[in-house]
Design a protein around this ligand. Structure first.
Ligand SMILES: Nc1nc2c(ncn2[C@@H]2O[C@H](COP(=O)(O)OP(=O)(O)OP(=O)(O)O)[C@@H](O)[C@H]2O)c(=O)[nH]1
Ligand SMILES: [Mg+2]
Length: 472
């Protein structure tokens, strides 16, 4: 059965590839940009900010085509896939323009958008041809779903063991569920009410883990079920190992785990991640630092697992499906507007360090990678403050909770990211000599001159890295 699915996958892929090649030879080239990021990493804000700033590139001086005045026009197109909702760009912009401004809501389902860029090519062709068009295809989805990718390589027994071990390392949020899991008898016959009870208890633990700042909270649909709420494919939980027969709870959960991978995980990746040209990995590194060393280590491991599943040249299911090579990957620490620019280099270094292992092991076969510290929507201005006789380079913005203006110093990031990464890897419970605090700001009030997009930090550099060579 698995073989059959894979074969059909392969066939569809080949057909798609032929179609894509034809499309690109005769029509206009497409850049498929994959946005990878865990929940709350900043994917929706990034896409909204990027699109708005490509539509009105006045604030994109580091994007060469924009700076040279060669970006003739950008416009939104109906997306190519009729079965997927359109990315609600206008609604997200409307939220940002509300009074008071609001951030877009957490994403509950998948959506897509095509942005078409008309540009004047550089070089000798300029005299001979008119403007050309390149399409940028993007997908937005709930970050939780990304956590499912590593599940594809695991059996139910392997996953159960790993999930129980992980939970044991988080007693503060997992105690209740662990008690339920160990009290269950995996060999007892399946009872739907008991099964639901275990799934609910497991889901409650995942929710508490996420609220405590942990990143690894798979399976993703348990926290963000989309249209699958209450379905058997979501009614399972990890169980201790057991020698259990066909009609047992253990056997039923194992079957449902496989169904989850088949019905939920594979189609999602096949349809949206298998044909990417470029990728940006967004990471809320500051949020994790704020939550403590354990959250940083948890983030590092979750990112590695995900990035390794994407790796080329390996035998993973996804890499076999990857029709083309991703040739550029940007790693971006988001929400850099929480820090004064004097700290951005340190944030970039930390970002690079977080994905260092994954990068080394993933063997991106010559893909260019670069790390950035960005704010897709800049909510603060810089300010120097004096605190206890010390001068601090801080930022000021409007606090989300109270609507009051406040200055914030999030803490001093070390020059050497190892200073944070070492205690995180060693499992420290708290930072020793450092103090971090991140407050949530409201989005800025937008009053934009014609031709200008919303304020940002280094979105233009990221755009140049990801798109610049396709606009020459
Ligand atoms: N100050 C600041 N906050 C940001 C920025 N980008 C994102 N945020 C904050 O981070 C939150 C999450 O951003 P989203 O873009 O919704 O994150 P997401 O990755 O789409 O999250 P899911 O949809 O839940 O997967 C926002 O509501 C903001 O509070 C930024 O550039 N600056
Ligand atoms: Mg989102």
């Amino acid at each position: 059965m698995a073989l059959l699915t894979d074969l059909t996958d392969g066939l569809t892929r080949q057909l798609e590839r032929v179609q894509t090649r034809t499309e690109e030879a005769f029509f206009e080239p497409v850049i498929r940009l994959g946005v990878t990021g865990l929940s709350r990493a900043g994917k929706t804000v990034f896409l909204t900010g990027l699109i708005a700033n490509l539509l009105a590139p006045g604030r994109m001086p580091q994007l060469r085509a924009a700076a040279d005045g060669r970006l003739v026009q950008a416009f939104l197109q109906p997306q190519p896939n009729d079965a997927v909702a359109r990315f609600a760009f206008e609604q997200h912009m409307a939220a940002l323009r509300a009074d008071p401004p609001e951030w877009p809501e957490s994403t509950r389902t998948i959506s897509q958008l095509r942005l078409s860029l008309r540009y004047a090519p550089t070089g000798f062709l300029t005299g001979f041809t008119g403007p050309r068009t390149v399409h940028l295809d993007v997908v937005d989805y709930p970050g939780e779903w990304l956590l499912d990718l590593p599940l594809l390589n695991l059996s139910y027994a392997e996953w159960s063991e790993a999930a129980l071990r992980l939970a044991e390392s988080r007693p503060e949020v997992a105690d209740g569920w662990l008690r339920d899991a160990h009290a269950a008898d995996p060999s007892e016959p399946l009872d739907e009410v008991r099964a639901q009870g275990l799934a609910d208890s497991f889901t409650a633990y995942l929710g508490a883990a996420r609220a405590a700042g942990y990143s690894a909270c798979a399976p993703g649909r348990f926290l963000m079920p989309g249209d699958l709420e209450g379905s058997p494919a979501l009614t399972f939980a990890p169980l201790p190992p057991a020698k259990a027969g066909g009609g047992s709870l253990h056997a039923a959960f194992a079957r449902r785990f496989e169904a989850y991978k088949r019905i939920v995980v594979k189609p999602f990746y096949r349809d949206h991640f298998a044909r990417l040209d470029r990728q940006i990995v967004l990471v809320d590194a500051l949020g994790a630092i704020n939550a403590g060393p354990r959250a940083v280590e948890d983030l590092r491991v979750a990112l590695s697992d995900i990035l390794l599943s994407f790796r080329h040249g390996s035998n993973s299911w996804l890499s076999r499906l990857m029709g083309r090579k991703i040739d550029k990957i940007a790693f971006a620490a988001t929400k850099a507007d929480h820090l004064h620019h004097s700290q951005h280099d340190n944030l970039t270094a930390l970002m690079a360090e977080l994905v260092q292992d994954a990068k080394a092991r993933a063997d991106y076969r010559g893909a260019r990678t670069e790390s950035f510290a960005i704010a897709a929507l800049r909510a603060t201005v810089e300010q120097r403050i004096t605190h206890d006789g010390q001068t601090l380079d801080a930022v000021r913005g409007t606090l989300a909770d109270t609507g009051r203006e406040a200055a914030m110093f999030a803490g001093a990031l070390p020059d050497d990211p190892g200073v944070l990464m070492a205690p995180a890897r060693a499992g420290a419970a708290e930072w020793l000599d450092a103090d971090f605090a991140v407050m949530k700001f409201r989005p800025p009030r937008l009053s934009l001159r014609p031709g200008d997009g919303p304020p940002h930090i280094r979105l233009d550099r990221v755009a140049e890295f990801l798109l610049g060579d396709r606009l020459l």
